[in-house]
Design a protein around this ligand. Sequence first.
Ligand code: 2HA
Ligand code: ZN
Length: 269
Amino acid sequence: MSSILISRPALAAEIDKVAEVAGYLWQKGWAERNGGNITINITEFADDEMRRMPAISQPLSIGATLPALKNGFFYCKGTQKRMRDLARDPMANGSIIRILDDCAHYVIIADQPVMPTSELPSHLSVHNYLLSQGIPYNASMHTHPIELVAMTHHRKFLEKDVASNLLWSMIPETKAFCPRGLGMVPYQLPSSVELAESTIAELPDYDVVMWEKHGVFAVDTDIMAAFDQVDVLNKAAQIYVTSRNMGFEPEGMSPEQMHELSVAFNLPK
Ligand code: 2HA
Ligand code: ZN
């Protein structure tokens, strides 16, 4: 086991969860080649010894100044690394970074100088937003779920809450386990600051947002919870697609059934 994890079982357990989810993303066909990325705020596990660990990289630019991240620690999937490899060896396919005092640069501290994900500006900007709002979410995940991405190739589903309402009505668990629904971010260049900003603009209302014709971005308390939200949404999308393939438009649960469910499960909206 990696040296930083061996004396920190709680941190090791979080990294184990990342590896488990990375395996699911690959098995589901949502993580072709180096597709997708994961970052986890692990600052709560940073003891004094970890805080003193020397940098194993030069200071690197985040591409944004993020005041809420000062001296924070993150596990990040490595750029160009594959989820299927991360599933076997998370510390060789990702790294732990520390944000510097200027809140605009970071250094890698463990295990190897693996450069973080190309979507680092989006991921860290999102963590900065979550921390500044006092939202207790430690995980952010980006992946390419097939049926959900396919839906964003149709104008109708890009309108606010059209996809959410359709997906919720496919199977009752969807609204129960993804109660805030699915936000929509119009197409932006991958890795761009504009994509990060548009994502953050949706987070006051949604835990999961679609990046048009690209993928989903999800946040939650831990990586397993973020994965579960995307998994239930994509399951609903698969039921929709399967019905269409069987030659009919699915009926969907009725407004009365949706209302009854929302009351019974004490759900918003
Ligand atoms: O990191 O999916 O959007 C690979 C990607 C970028
Ligand atoms: Zn992507």
